[in-house]
Design a protein around this ligand. Structure first.
Ligand code: HEC
Ligand code: HEC
Length: 470
C-alpha cells in the first residue's frame, strides 16, 4: 500500500528503499523528513486515487510493473490503481466483477505497468487515422488509446519538457515550452497545470484543485532528488571519491543547471560547446588494471573480475566511460537525421541523453528512435497497431503510439518521445514509454540491434552496472 497509509505523517529523509540491485533514496531540499500529508498524498478526485497511487517513493516516484502485480495480489485487484478510466486495457466491454475478470482487464498494468493515455487526433493534423487494431477493443480512431509508463515525479527541476509527448509544455494545451529565458517559471506553471489535469483525469476529479493545492504539489515535487544510493556489489555509490546518490544530486544548484546547457546542436545559450562527457559520477572508480587478473571476453586485462566491490566499481566506471564515448552511428531518427538533413550522425548515448549527470535532453528534443514503430526490434505484440496516412502525400506510417504528433498534428512528429531522466532506473522497470524493455539488458539489446553498435557482452554488463548505479 502507499506510504501515506503505512505511516500517516512523514518519511525520514534518505529513507532506504531496497530494489534488486541496491538501495534507492530520496533527499528533499530542506533535508528534513518528507511530509506525507500534503495534497500529493490526498484523494482529490472521486475514485480513491492519489498522485502516490502511480508515483511511489520506493520506485523512484514512478511505479514498477512488479510492484503493481504485488498490489493486485494483495488487494485482489481492488487497489485504486485498478480503475477502469485508465488503469484497464480498455474502458468498455470488460468484466471487473470477479478477480479473474480483473486479472484480464488490468493485464497491461500488472505485466508492463502501463496506463491508458487517451488523446484526440488534432483537428489540424497532417494525417488521418485510417486503422486501429487494438487487442483490447479500444479501437476508437478519433480518441486514440495509447499505453504509457508513468514518469518519475522527482528530479523535476532538470526537465526540459513535461510528459513523454511534451503535452504539458505545449501552446496547443495552454501550457508553455520550457526555455532558458523563461525557466524555471515555465516549469512551475506547467507542473501546476499538469497537477490539475492529473486530478481530473487519473483521479476523475470533479472539483478543480485550488491554487494553494497546485502550489503545494509543485513545491513538493520540486523539492525531491532521487538516485540509487547503494549498489549491493559496489557498496555506497558516493564512496571512494564517487559522487553517486541523491545528496550530491540535490546540491546541483539551479545556476549550475540551465536549459540547453549541453545541447549537441549548439543550443547552449552561452555558446558553450557540447561535451560528450555526460556523466562523471564514477570517474574516481576508473580501474587500474591488476596484473595477471581479470581478462575479459576479449582477453584484455580489465582489472579485478572477482565479485569484490572493487571489481564492481571498476565495471560501473567502465560503463560510464562507454556511455560517454562508445560510438553510435545515428540513422533514421526523426528529430535528428531529418531535421539536420544528415543520413548518419556519429554520436554516443550522450548525443541524446545530454544533461550532465541527469541524462535527459537539456533542451526539449522529441525523438523517434523506433520504440513504437512497426519495424521496432522490440516485441510490441501486446500493443495496438495504429495506421496513419499523410493527407497530402498519401504516405503511410504504422505505429503503436504516434507520440508527439498527437499534440502538434505534424507528420514529422509521429513516434517522437522525450528521453526521460536516467536516475533511479533500477527501481522502476520496465523501460521505454511503452514498457517494451523489461530490463536494462533489454534496453542495451535494443540499441545494439537498432543502431548496429557492436556492444560486446562485457560492454553490455558494464553499461547495465552503470545504469543500475544511477
Ligand atoms: C493512474 C496513474 C497516475 C496517477 C494517479 C497520477 N499519474 Fe502522473 N503520470 C502517469 C503517467 C502514465 C504519466 C506519463 C504520461 C505521458 O507521458 O503520456 C505521468 C506523468 C506525470 C508527470 C510528468 C513527469 C515528466 O517527466 O514529464 C508528472 C509531473 C506527474 N505525472 C504528476 C502527477 C501528479 C501531481 C499526480 C496527482 C495529482 C499524478 N501524477 C497522478 C500516471 C499517473
Ligand atoms: C538517438 C538518440 C538516443 C541515443 C543515441 C540513445 N538514446 Fe536512450 N533514449 C532516447 C529516447 C528518445 C528515449 C525514450 C524512448 C521512448 O520511451 O520511446 C530513450 C530512453 C532510454 C532509456 C529508458 C529510460 C526509461 O525511463 O524508460 C534508457 C535506460 C536509455 N535510453 C539509455 C541509453 C543508453 C545506455 C544509450 C547508449 C547505448 C542510449 N540510451 C542511446 C534517445 C537516445
Amino acid at each position: 500500500m502507499g506510504l501515506a497509509s503505512q505511516n500517516p505523517t512523514s518519511l525520514p529523509n534518505l529513507f532506504p528503499f531496497m530494489n534488486d540491485s541496491g538501495i534507492l533514496e530520496t533527499r528533499n531540499t530542506p533535508g528534513t523528513a518528507l511530509d506525507l500529508t500534503g495534497p500529493f498524498f490526498q484523494s482529490l478526485g472521486t475514485n480513491g486515487r492519489t498522485c502516490e497511487t502511480c508515483h511511489r517513493a520506493a520506485q523512484g516516484w514512478g511505479v514498477s510493473a512488479n510492484e503493481v502485480k504485488q498490489r493486485f495480489e494483495q488487494t485482489q485487484g481492488l487497489d485504486p490503481i485498478f480503475r477502469t478510466n485508465d488503469g484497464s486495457n480498455c474502458n468498455h466491454d470488460i468484466d471487473t466483477s470477479s478477480v479473474g475478470g480483473r486479472r484480464k482487464a488490468y493485464s497491461l498494468l500488472t505485466d508492463k505497468g502501463l496506463i491508458r493515455v487517451t488523446v484526440d487526433v488534432p483537428v489540424t493534423a497532417e494525417f488521418n487515422v485510417i486503422g486501429v487494431l487494438n487487442p483490447y477493443g479500444c479501437n476508437e480512431p478519433v480518441t486514440l488509446s495509447m499505453y504509457r509508463r508513468p514518469l518519475p515525479t522527482t528530479n523535476l527541476r532538470f526537465l526540459s519538457t513535461l510528459m513523454r509527448d511534451g503535452r504539458e509544455s505545449s501552446p496547443q494545451t495552454g501550457t508553455q515550452k520550457i526555455t532558458f529565458a523563461t525557466n524555471p517559471a515555465d516549469l512551475v506553471a506547467d507542473l501546476a497545470h499538469q497537477a490539475v489535469d492529473a486530478t481530473n483525469g487519473h483521479a476523475q476529479g470533479t472539483v478543480p484543485l485550488t491554487p494553494a493545492q497546485q502550489q503545494a504539489i509543485v513545491d513538493f515535487e520540486l523539492s525531491l532528488s532521487t538516485a540509487q544510493a547503494v549498489d549491493f556489489k559496489a557498496g555506497p555509490l558516493n564512496a571512494n571519491g564517487a559522487t553517486g546518490g541523491p545528496v550530491a544530486l540535490s546540491t546541483v544548484t539551479t545556476s549550475a543547471f540551465f536549459v540547453g546547457m549541453n545541447d549537441p546542436l549548439g543550443g547552449n545559450p552561452h555558446g558553450t560547446p557540447f561535451t560528450p562527457a555526460i556523466f562523471d559520477l564514477f570517474s574516481a572508480w576508473t580501474a587500474t588494471p591488476v596484473a595477471g587478473r581479470g581478462r575479459d571476453d576479449d582477453g584484455e586485462n580489465r582489472g579485478p573480475v572477482d565479485d569484490s566491490p572493487a571489481a564492481r566499481r571498476a565495471s560501473i566506471a567502465r560503463g560510464q566511460a562507454l556511455f560517454n564515448s562508445k560510438a553510435i552511428q545515428i540513422t533514421g531518427v526523426a528529430g535528428l537525421n531529418d531535421d539536420l538533413n544528415r543520413v548518419t550522425i556519429p554520436g554516443t548515448c550522450g548525443t541524446c541523453h545530454d544533461s550532465p549527470n541527469v541524462g535527459n535532453h537539456s533542451v526539449s528534443a522529441p525523438l523517434n528512435i523506433g520504440v513504437s514503430d512497426a519495424s521496432s526490434p522490440l516485441n510490441l505484440k501486446y500493443l495496438p497497431v495504429i495506421k496513419l496516412r499523410n493527407k497530402v502525400t498519401g504516405q503511410i506510417q504504422v505505429t503503436s503510439d504516434p507520440g508527439r504528433a498527437m499534440i502538434t498534428g505534424l507528420w514529422k512528429d509521429v513516434g517522437r518521445f522525450k528521453g526521460p531522466i536516467l536516475r533511479g532506473l533500477a527501481s522502476r522497470a520496465p523501460y521505454f514509454h511503452n514498457g517494451s524493455a523489461d530490463t536494462l539488458e533489454a534496453v542495451i539489446d535494443f540499441y545494439n540491434a537498432r543502431f548496429a553498435v557492436g556492444i560486446t557482452p562485457q560492454e553490455k554488463k558494464d553499461l547495465v552496472a552503470f545504469l543500475k548505479a544511477l
